[in-house]
Design a protein around this ligand. Structure first.
Ligand SMILES: Cc1cc2nc3c(=O)[nH]c(=O)nc-3n(C[C@H](O)[C@H](O)[C@H](O)COP(=O)(O)OP(=O)(O)OC[C@H]3O[C@@H](n4cnc5c(N)ncnc54)[C@H](O)[C@@H]3O)c2cc1C
Length: 222
């Protein structure tokens, strides 16, 4: 088992602790597989959570957004933030509502935040966020302009402590419920990409731009 990242002062799972995992390998696998995260901070006295893209590089999570993003500003002012990711894996349908649940993999991370100002690190972080969304795409898009880079805020969150929770497997009914003629079982779910819809403007209107390799590979994977 890899190095434990928890439980720490903020990351001890209390409910159903048998579903909790704290090792770095499990946490990183879930973070990397998640398509988006929610980052939380206190804005004007209210706890707020914002969905956003993320990329993990080692023990750092990179987030990017507008320089005027209020939540990111709050996250930087506080110097610490929490972030969660959730992967929906399907339905776990028991014979009672009480025992029914969903299958998921989720992670909660708490760590120190800082604005990334070093141009090299900022460039790498922005590339990593794009690659996390679509592997291979950073080699296909045009280079980012200085103006675009100046408008973009990059936040680094250090994975100081983390917890994972994994809910999987068959449902568990009350023993007396097993004889009930009610369908029970699991319904696995996953993200599937449909047929790409090409843009119809500019060079694309000529119909001579082949499908991007990154998109083709994405389709092949699903
Ligand atoms: C998609 C989804 C749907 C869910 N639906 C429900 C629901 O309807 N009702 C319900 O009670 N629970 C639900 N859960 C579980 C929920 O996320 C919490 O685990 C649960 O509320 C119990 O938290 P707690 O009291 O143990 O932790 P808290 O005391 O609330 O939190 C303590 C620490 O435990 C860790 N932790 C708690 N939950 C998670 C988690 N899911 N993943 C990783 N770390 C975690 C965090 O580090 C957190 O800081 C759902 C989870 C997911 C992913």
């Amino acid at each position: 088992m890899s190095e434990p990242l928890g439980p720490g002062p903020h990351t001890r799972v209390r409910r159903l602790p048998e579903k909790a995992l704290y090792d770095a390998a499990t946490v990183f696998d879930i973070v990397d597989a998640a398509l988006m995260c929610h980052v939380a901070a206190t804005v004007d006295g209210l706890a707020m959570a914002l969905p956003t893209l993320h990329a993990r590089v080692g023990t750092t999570i990179y987030l990017h957004g507008s320089k005027s993003n209020a939540l990111f500003r709050a996250v930087l002012d506080a110097g610490v933030a929490s972030l969660s990711v959730t992967i929906y894996d399907g339905l776990r349908l028991a014979r009672s509502a009480f025992e029914s649940s969903i299958a998921y993999r989720s992670v909660v991370i708490v760590g120190a935040t800082r604005e990334v100002t070093d141009p090299e690190e900022k460039h790498r972080a922005l590339g990593a966020v794009l690659e996390a969304a679509l592997p291979g795409r950073s080699r296909e898009v045009r280079a980012m302009s200085q103006r675009e880079e100046n408008l973009t805020l990059v936040v680094a969150l250090s994975i100081d402590e983390a917890s994972a929770k994994v809910s999987a497997g068959p449902t568990t009914d009350e023993p007396d419920d097993a004889a009930l003629p009610i369908w029970s079982g699991t319904v696995p779910a996953r993200v599937v990409y449909d047929e790409p819809v090409a843009s119809t403007d500019g060079a694309m209107a000529e119909g001579e731009v082949p499908l991007a390799d990154s998109v083709r590979r994405l389709r092949e994977r699903t």
